[in-house]
Design a protein around this ligand. Structure first.
Ligand code: NAD
Length: 264
């Protein structure tokens, strides 16, 4: 039997950290060697033999083949900057959303020495949705108005979701447009008539909704809707573990789920 992939989870005591531990326990190809989280996070969270703070995680990280991060932008930032040497050569799978320019710069820097994979959404179904909306946008053209409606649980802090923005980027790319130039978040007051080519984003928040994304292509004569509904967050953890297995041992560089799933 091949050796098990040794994993460290960053954000181990969070919801995704718990789900990753549950799935990894049932996966013969993986072993969780420990977790990293904030000081004061509950020690010995279920499924984690060891939980360390970032400053105390060097040895743990060096014992792993891959680090999977679902934490917060500031935590990922500290992990990448304080443990850059220990991370060298290890696969880095980053799922934290709401990343800014500084986190992207640190991920680029890590990718000079490690294979690094980021995804706004690790669900295999959503990544298929991404590929479909790009093709639909290319075929339908900018005369179809695009509106993206996403819904998430009430605790989600960023909006629109990273996935909604990635869907918008895929649509813009299908139309050879620049998302920043055509993006419109919500509408209120008197925004005026809708310009051709605009991509609208709308965020619904409430309850315990795991994650829903609806992309509408609204034409004069018809309307195409493509929808994905996640029913269990294990979906994201399962995709992230699939990505970690695929990524470990690859050359340094930035990767995405399209490559993992062969969607290019
Ligand atoms: P959570 O709040 O349950 O867990 C966050 C974990 O990060 C906790 O263990 C917390 O202690 C730790 N942490 C460290 N520094 C923190 C800080 N400054 N603020 C908040 N938490 C901090 O969240 P979660 O639902 O597990 O999600 C974690 C991240 O993963 C979020 O960014 C979320 O949007 C993202 N996420 C991504 C995907 C995807 O497919 N890419 C799927 C689900 C969640």
């Amino acid at each position: 039997m091949p050796e098990r992939l040794r994993l460290v989870v960053s954000g181990a005591t969070g919801r995704m950290g718990a789900t990753l531990a549950r799935l990894a326990a049932a996966d013969e190809a993986l072993t969780i060697v420990g977790g990293v989280d904030r000081d004061g996070s509950e020690n010995g969270a279920s499924g984690y033999p060891d939980i360390r703070s970032i400053s105390d995680a060097e040895e743990l990280i060096r014992s792993a083949d891959a680090v999977v991060d679902f934490s917060a932008p500031e935590f990922l930032r500290s992990l990448l900057s304080e443990q850059s040497d220990a991370l060298t050569g290890r696969a880095v799978v980053a799922g934290t959303t709401g990343l800014g320019a500084e986190e992207e710069r640190l991920l680029d820097r890590a990718a000079e020495r490690s294979p690094v994979l980021t995804a706004a959404n690790f669900s295999v179904g959503v990544n298929v949705l991404m590929a479909l909306v790009e093709r639909a946008a290319r075929a339908l053209g900018p005369e179809y108005d695009v509106e993206i409606v996403e819904a998430h649980h009430r605790r989600k802090e960023d909006a629109p979701s990273g996935t909604a923005l990635a869907l918008g980027a895929a649509i813009a790319s299908g139309r050879e447009a620049d998302l920043a130039a055509v993006r419109r978040d919500g509408r209120s007051g008197r925004p005026g008539a809708r310009p051709t080519g605009e991509i609208g984003f709308h965020a619904v928040r409430g309850g315990s909704v795991v994650g829903e994304h609806e992309v509408m292509f609204i034409g004069d004569l018809d309307r195409v809707e493509i929808v994905h509904r996640a029913s269990d967050r294990a979906l994201f953890a399962s995709g992230a573990l699939r990505a970690a297995r695929w990524l470990a041992g690859r050359p340094a560089g930035r990767y995405d789920m399209r490559q993992v799933l062969g969607l290019d």
